[in-house]
Design a protein around this ligand. Sequence first.
Ligand code: AMP
Length: 287
Amino acid sequence: MIEIVKTVAQMRSIIAKWRAEGASIGLVPTMGFLHEGHASLIDASKAQNDRTVVSDFVNPIQFAPNEDLESYPRDMEHDAALVEAHGGDIIFNPEPEEMYRGGFSTFVDMTVLTEELCGLSRPTHFRGVCTVVTKLFNIVRPDRAYFGKKDAQQLAVIKHMVDDLDMGIEIVGCPIVRENDGLAKSSRNTYLNESERKAALVLSKAIKLGSELVKNGERDCAKITAAMKELIEAQPLARIDYVKIVNAADMQQITVIDRPSLCALAVYIGKTRLIDNFFTQDIIGEV
Ligand code: AMP
């Protein structure tokens, strides 16, 4: 059975042993309830590193009080089986009290890149993400860390943080893994009932529509997002949080696609908030 490490001290001593052996280390940070999207990150880490650590930690400080911290799905037995099946070496699964010990008072925050998209709807979210990822980097000291393009703004924020703070860790972005019908895999999909699960297809349909418009030469951001919004608004169970196109480098809104850009959306299906996106570079290359 795969080892599940609960303390920072124990994790550090395992890392020290691996380092003494000269092993390279990959880190896959997750909040658990693992699926094939997470598995693809583990596979990518396995291919590039001697050892792979999967952190499995529902990080309380990236949730606002009105969000789903309490109901966030958990299944450690399932997670352990998935990590083992994909050849991960260790699961780091600390309790919140181990990560945020009494008197915890230091946070990593970021301006500019966190102002739009999810950062606008969830103002304290990226402070929580940057803080926990910095802690995980300091505990594991990986050579490389793996993040999904599913959370595109998060990927951009982490890359920027590593550069700004000279962390010296290679950040690897991995493609979005989808269900057969197109829905991006997410631990939160488990919240959806049968009719909501069908309605949730509007996200990937809107992404497909937007990317086809870009592929066919449309560069006017307002036109692209208007068409995507119209499609989503036709679904009664869907409520748009945002549909936007931003500069991929700084996550600021743009009006014309004249540089590498990110088209991202967040949509509530019932009470469940889901996200999806595409990078224009993945469709038309660098413009
Ligand atoms: P989470 O457990 O949802 O916080 O996600 C942990 C990591 O897995 C993040 O880097 C996510 O971007 C990535 N991830 C989640 N879902 C997917 C997916 N469908 N495809 C690719 N990566 C994903």
